[in-house]
Design a protein around this ligand. Structure first.
Ligand SMILES: *Cc1c(COP(=O)(O)O)cnc(C)c1O
Length: 477
């Protein structure tokens, strides 16, 4: 009964609420040739059974509200419910997109103040809130770079340099923006190899895209020198700041020499995400690049907030209207809630929690780079030393213990990677429980490896046959 589909639970004639038949049937309005000839094949269920069906399905899902969610590079932190309430207030949700500015001064004020706060924490000169996600922010940022070079008649610059520790969206973005991607190999310590970078830089370089902290969870320790090298070559430094949770309140990217960057409000700034959005990826730019950002920005003229500022060099618009305002509102709440000291404490605790997990697991599941990490630690599982058990097996076994699996097989430069990002909002008790589960799995690897190989065992769907799934896909019910 439990695992049946709703259509299998259907019984002819069973109904939820019964409404009276309308006096005017649809046939009175619709042309005959548009009327269907057979009845829709919908499940026929009582309201009670329907509620139970969907409630049960919702509980099968892993979610932040139910489980620890250490998905690396995703910053699955607690998203305060109060922000949901505030961002759902009618003056925001019912504002018409074409409402005159005088009617939405409050919303514009909040967006303006959010831009100002993002400027403050990054040190950059201007921010646009238009981009609808991190990757969209990257595209916006790289198109801003292009507008900058175009204005300087630099149209020979056709390349974007991306280290192999970048998030996968970085090379995809550069490619989508029409640039040739030049991939560079990192040094053995997981950071940019300056000699290799120098070799790649030329008068064809438009930008270097750095993910900071990079995807192996490390801060680019030479970022100032890297910025100087990039600028000397006449290129711009783009920073992927999606993982700003590691830096918020601790350091300002403008001080590193960053020219353009994006942030993910739906990570660091406590807006819910997962399941594909909506998101918000604001893009900031240093003064020399700011005139090329998308328009309009929210500006303040006297006591009035307006979208009518002149930006003759702007690349144009990146999103209809002004971005995902409901997400921006949550980011605003987040930044208004904390003072500077608390923001710094968020980054410090995120870093501490990741290192706590890394240190606790040492000797069983080791970090690939044996150094202190930033907000996430990247473990590497060597099957030759683990009874033939792979990272995917460990991740699936974690599901049995009630934990969402960390990001696995990413970053690509770490073999059998498992990327754990606990975030600052988890308690020590939760981190200990997670470490405890991994310690149990470590024991199982040697006492009963088959158990780990065949995991998960207590999930609605057990281990699927991936080969058959690819060779004989059964794509319909
Ligand atoms: C999440 C992430 C992105 C992409 O953000 P989306 O909102 O998913 O498009 C880009 N870079 C890094 C480092 C990320 O962690």
């Amino acid at each position: 009964m439990e695992n049946l589909l709703s259509i299998e639970k259907s019984r002819s004639g069973r109904r939820g609420v019964r409404f009276e038949k309308t006096k005017q049937p649809a046939t009175a309005y619709l042309p005959d040739d548009l009327l269907r000839t057979d009845k829709p094949r919908l499940p026929e269920m009582s309201e009670f059974d329907t509620v139970r069906h969907f409630t049960r399905l919702s509980q099968l899902n892993y979610s932040l509200d139910g489980q620890f969610y250490p998905l690396g590079s995703c910053t699955m932190k607690y998203n305060p419910k109060a922000y949901d309430k505030l961002s759902a207030l009618e003056p925001f949700t019912r504002a018409h997109p074409f409402a005159p500015e005088s009617a939405v001064q409050g919303t514009l004020q909040i967006l303006y103040e959010l831009q100002e706060m993002l400027k403050e924490i990054t040190g950059l000169a201007a921010f646009t809130l238009q981009p609808a996600a991190g990757a969209h922010g990257e595209l916006t940022g790289i198109l801003t770079v292009r507008a900058y070079h175009d204005a300087h008649k630099n149209n020979m610059r056709t390349e974007v340099i991306v280290p192999d520790t970048a998030h996968g969206t970085n090379p995809a973005t550069a490619n989508m923006a029409g640039y040739t991607v030049v991939n560079i190999k990192s040094a053995p310590d997981g950071c940019v190899d300056k000699a290799v970078l120098q070799e790649a830089l030329s008068d064809r370089t438009a930008a270097v895209m750095l993910t900071v902290p990079n995807t192996v969870g490390l801060f680019e320790k030479d970022i100032r020198e890297i910025a100087a090298m990039v600028h000397k070559a006449g290129a711009l430094l783009y920073m992927d700041g999606a993982n700003f949770n590691a830096l918020i309140g601790l350091a300002k990217p403008a001080d590193f020499g960053v020219d353009v960057m994006h942030l993910n409000l739906h990570k660091t700034f406590a807006a819910p995400h997962g399941g594909g959005g909506p998101g918000s990826g604001p893009v900031g730019a240093a003064a020399h690049v700011a005139p090329f950002l998308p328009k309009p920005l929210v500006e303040k003229k006297g006591d009035v907030y307006t979208l009518r500022g002149k930006m003759p060099q702007s690349l144009g618009k990146m999103k209809a209207f002004y971005g995902n305002i409901a997400v921006a509102l949550r980011g605003y709440c987040y930044l208004r809630q904390f003072d500077a000291g608390t923001l710094k404490n968020i980054a410090e605790k995120a870093i501490l929690n990741a290192n706590y997990v890394r240190a606790k697991l040492q000797g069983k599941f080791n970090a690939f780079f044996d150094v202190n990490c930033m907000h996430e630690c990247v473990l590497s599982i060597d099957p030759s030393k683990m009874n033939g058990v792979h990272t995917a097996d460990v991740a699936k076994r974690l599901l049995d213990y009630g934990f969402y699996a960390p990001t696995i097989y990413f970053p690509l430069i770490v073999p059998e990677a498992m990327m754990v990002e606990p975030t600052e909002t988890e308690s020590k008790e939760m981190l200990d429980a997670f470490v405890g589960a991994l310690e149990k799995i470590y024991e199982e690897i040697f006492s009963n490896p088959q158990l780990v190989h065949d995991a998960p065992h207590n999930q609605p769907v057990s281990r699927i046959d991936e080969v058959s799934a690819a060779r004989q896909p059964n794509l319909k019910w």
